[in-house]
Design a protein around this ligand. Structure first.
Ligand SMILES: O=P(O)(O)OC[C@@]1(O)O[C@H](CO)[C@@H](O)[C@@H]1O
Length: 383
């Protein structure tokens, strides 16, 4: 394993990006959620409290969320949100937001996703129509087209866009191990750990449908979140919305939709919503049943920035730290498809880092304009 002492865990105070997420992005998300529903006085008061706590307050208890006590809550009680691991603080924010709007409490707002209006607006948008229409003319390399569709779908991150609209042109990949990915897909099991709903989940589903149809995989397991978080993270309700969108679309999109529908019905596509998927912790701390699921797959594919942070550890790794080293703990072949939206990155060549730094300073790490495909076909822990 690499020397993690040389790579400090990222805190809210580590630099301008994590600090800005806690100090600016979270208050902006509270404002947007507050405006999206006719919440009652109790919910408005709870949102006021959250707004104060998340910027000036300390970490408090989460009544009824016993798992969180084992996930670090007992240790962090009373600390500033900025002084604990950033990953922990962000995940805690989304759990607190759900509490504030009554998502978990018995009553009329139980189970109402506060991010659903944003997710649906995106799913129903004309960009989605255009992306689905493009399936009718995929060209002579559908493997590559659908892999890249899934990769760049990760730009469609509502948390990211709600606070920082970015209209920049997309640049090339900073790392591309895709040649090593296809040999791992030899008719076995793919485990896809999804990230965002809407315009990311749709191309993820198209990739799965294509891999099933082409026989590159015999079956697939799709990991979703058990409850809404990080604004657009995909839940089972979002999967159903995406499937309805596909099956109602004209042309090839509907065909992919039918493949997915029947694969769900006959068990070739299984869905999971494991509690640890919303944990505020790196995946190296995952419980045995989740590890066993990954170990059984021929390839586990992690989508998106947050999953990348949790896969490699949310640390300021030197960017040339080999991806194979930071994923050596993983119990099976593993890959990451991610656009870069936070400071964490590994597996880059010294030349790539030097060129990016010279051209952009540190912006390339967080602007969402660069992407990577990284593969570790044989971590030691998979032996
Ligand atoms: O996982 P995703 O959707 O690709 O990105 C999640 C994200 O928006 O949330 C974090 C900041 O809040 C960053 O890791 C990243 O920018």
């Amino acid at each position: 394993m690499p020397d993690s002492a040389a790579a400090p865990v990222i805190l809210g105070t580590t630099g301008p990006f994590p600090h800005g997420v806690l100090a600016e992005r979270h208050p902006a998300i509270i404002r947007r959620v507050r405006d999206a529903f006719p919440y009652g006085p109790a919910q408005h008061r709870a949102l006021d409290t959250l707004l104060h706590d998340c910027t000036e307050g300390t970490i408090g208890p989460l009544p009824g969320a016993d798992r969180w006590r084992g996930w670090g809550l007992d240790r962090h009680l009373g600390q500033s949100w900025f002084d604990v691991p950033w990953l922990w603080s962000e995940s805690y924010f989304y759990r607190r937001l759900l509490d504030a709007v009554g998502y978990f409490a018995p009553g009329p707002w139980q189970g109402i996703d506060p991010f659903r209006p944003f997710k649906l607006a995106e799913l129903d948008g004309k960009e989605t129509d255009e992306e689905l229409a493009a399936l009718d003319a995929l060209g002579d390399d559908p493997d590559r087209a659908l892999l890249h569709g899934s990769l760049w779908g990760n730009r469609a991150d509502l948390g990211f866009r709600l606070s920082a609209e970015s209209g920049e042109a997309v640049s090339a990949l900073v790392a591309d191990d895709s040649a090593g990915l296809w040999p791992l897909l030899r008719g076995g099991t793919l485990c896809l750990v999804a990230d965002n709903a809407g315009r990311e989940l749709v191309p993820d589903l198209l990739l799965i449908a294509h891999l099933l149809d082409s026989g590159r995989v015999a079956d697939a397991v799709l990991h979703l979140k058990p409850y809404p978080s990080y604004v657009s993270d995909a839940t089972t309700a979002d999967l159903l919305d995406a499937l309805r969108r596909l099956t109602a679309a004209p042309g090839a999109a509907a065909r992919y939709g039918r493949t997915l529908w029947s694969a769900l019905s006959d068990g070739r596509l299984a869905v999971r919503a494991h509690p640890f998927s919303c944990a505020p912790l790196p995946y190296a701390e995952a419980p045995g049943d989740l590890r066993a699921e990954w170990a059984a797959a021929d390839l586990t594919l992690f989508k998106g920035d947050l999953n990348y942070r949790r896969l490699v550890g949310d640390r300021l790794w030197p960017p040339t730290t080999p991806f194979a080293e930071v994923t050596d703990w993983f119990p099976g072949p593993v890959a990451a498809l991610r656009t870069l939206k936070s400071d964490v990155v590994t597996g880059l060549s010294p030349d790539t880092v030097a060129a990016l730094d010279a051209a952009e300073g540190q912006r390339w790490r967080t602007a969402g304009t660069h992407a990577l495909i990284q593969v570790n076909p044989s971590p030691s822990a998979s032996a």
